[in-house]
Ligand binder design. Structure first.
Ligand code: ZN
Length: 336
C-alpha cells in the first residue's frame, strides 16, 4: 500500500513520493547551519516550491533583512540581486545636493560591490530656496496640491528629474496636469560611486509577513511534529501563509524590542537570527517570535485560543550565522 501523508500547509493527502524536498525552517538564503532544522516528509513538494519561488525570494530580495545579508557577510556582494525600481526597500539620500532623493541598490559589475542608483522620481523646488522635495512617481501630488505646498512648478528649473527617467516622469507629470520640459544642463549627478549616507526605509508588506509566519509555523512543526500542527486551529495561519487570507485580527505584529531581555533596543546585539515559540500571555493562544539579524522582532499569532492539547511548547533558538551553529535559548535566561 502507498503511504499517504498530509501536508501541514495545504492539508492535501498525498503519496509519500510528493514529499521529496526538505523544507528549511529558516530559508537557506539567510545562512547555512550545522544540524540545520529541516522538515522532512511533512511539507509537500508543491508547497515547498511555492514558498521558494515566492515568499522566500521576496523576503531575501525585497526587504531590509534581505539587504542585511550583505552587511553581515551571509551573502557575498556579487550575489546581490534586487527588484530594481520595484524594490520595496527604498533608500533616501541623507546628505549632499540630492538630500531627500530616492535611490535603490544594485550590484555594480565594474565596482564589484553593491552601489546605489537613483530611483524614478521627481523633485519640486521649494520657492525661495535651492532645496527640492522628492516624490516617487506614484506619489506625485496633483497640480493644485503642489501649488499649495509652495513649489515653484512654473519656473523651468523648478522640476528636477534624473535624466534616465525623463520619459516616464514626463508621462506621470502630464497625467497630473503638469508640463515638464527637460533642461539640458539639468542632469543627475547622483552617481552610483558616491558614498552618501543613506537612510533606508523598507515596506513590510503582506508577502514579508507571510514569509515570517512560515518561519514561525515551520519552527513549531519542527519541535511539536505534524500531528500537533495539523490541528484545525492552525488553519488560519496556514491560509495566511499560502494565500494571504487574513482574519479580523493581526497575525503578525512588529515589536520594537529585542527577544533577549538583556539586549538593548538600540545598539549592538548578538549577530544571529532568532525564533521562539510559546504560549501567549492569555495562556491559550500560541505565539512565535521571529527576528532576522536580531533586528526587527515579529510576533506571530500561530493559533488563537488553541483548543488542542496543552503541552510545553516554550522553546527558542538562535541561529548564529558566523559560526553556522544553532543554539538553544535556555528557559532560565530571560527571553520574551
Ligand atoms: Zn502542501
Amino acid at each position: 500500500m502507498v503511504k499517504r501523508i498530509t501536508c501541514i500547509y495545504c492539508l492535501k493527502d498525498e503519496a509519500q513520493a510528493s514529499f521529496k524536498k526538505r523544507e528549511h525552517v529558516l530559508p537557506q538564503s539567510f545562512g547555512l547551519f550545522e544540524n540545520n532544522f529541516t522538515l522532512n516528509g511533512v511539507v509537500c513538494d508543491s508547497c515547498n516550491k511555492f514558498f521558494g519561488d515566492n515568499l522566500e525570494l521576496h523576503l531575501a530580495r525585497g526587504t531590509l533583512e534581505g539587504g542585511k545579508r550583505f552587511e553581515h557577510g551571509v551573502k557575498a556582494s556579487k550575489e546581490f540581486k534586487s527588484f530594481g525600481k520595484r524594490d520595496p526597500t527604498i533608500i533616501q539620500v541623507n546628505e549632499g545636493p540630492f538630500a531627500g532623493s530616492y535611490a535603490y541598490k544594485i550590484y555594480s559589475k565594474e565596482q564589484r560591490r553593491v552601489v546605489i542608483t537613483p530611483a524614478p522620481q521627481v523633485g519640486f523646488l521649494i520657492k525661495g530656496t535651492d532645496k527640492f522635495d522628492y516624490y516617487r512617481l506614484e506619489n506625485i501630488p496633483n497640480i493644485d496640491e503642489l501649488r499649495q505646498k509652495g513649489y515653484d512648478i512654473d519656473s523651468p528649473k523648478g522640476i528636477f528629474v534624473p535624466s534616465k527617467y525623463y520619459e516616464i516622469a514626463k508621462k506621470a507629470l502630464n497625467e497630473r496636469g503638469i508640463s515638464f520640459k527637460a533642461l539640458e544642463e539639468q542632469d543627475c549627478s547622483l552617481q552610483a560611486d558616491q558614498h552618501w549616507e543613506c537612510k533606508v526605509t523598507g515596506t513590510i508588506d503582506d508577502k514579508v509577513m507571510r514569509a515570517i509566519a512560515k518561519i514561525a509555523f515551520n519552527y513549531l512543526a519542527f519541535w511539536q511534529k505534524s500531528e500537533f500542527v495539523l490541528h484545525e486551529d492552525f488553519n488560519i495561519i496556514r491560509e495566511f501563509v499560502l494565500n494571504g487570507k487574513k482574519p479580523g485580527y493581526p497575525l503578525v505584529r512588529i515589536m520594537n524590542k529585542p527577544i533577549l531581555g538583556d539586549e538593548p533596543v538600540i545598539g549592538k546585539r548578538r549577530s544571529c537570527h532568532m525564533v521562539t515559540s510559546n504560549w501567549a500571555a492569555d495562556g491559550v493562544s500560541i505565539v512565535s517570535q521571529v527576528s532576522l539579524f536580531n533586528w526587527i522582532t515579529y510576533v506571530v499569532c500561530l493559533a488563537r485560543e488553541f483548543s488542542g492539547a496543552h503541552k510545553d511548547i516554550k522553546r527558542g533558538h538562535f541561529f548564529d550565522f558566523n559560526s553556522h551553529s544553532i543554539l538553544e535559548l535556555s528557559k532560565e535566561k530571560p527571553y520574551r
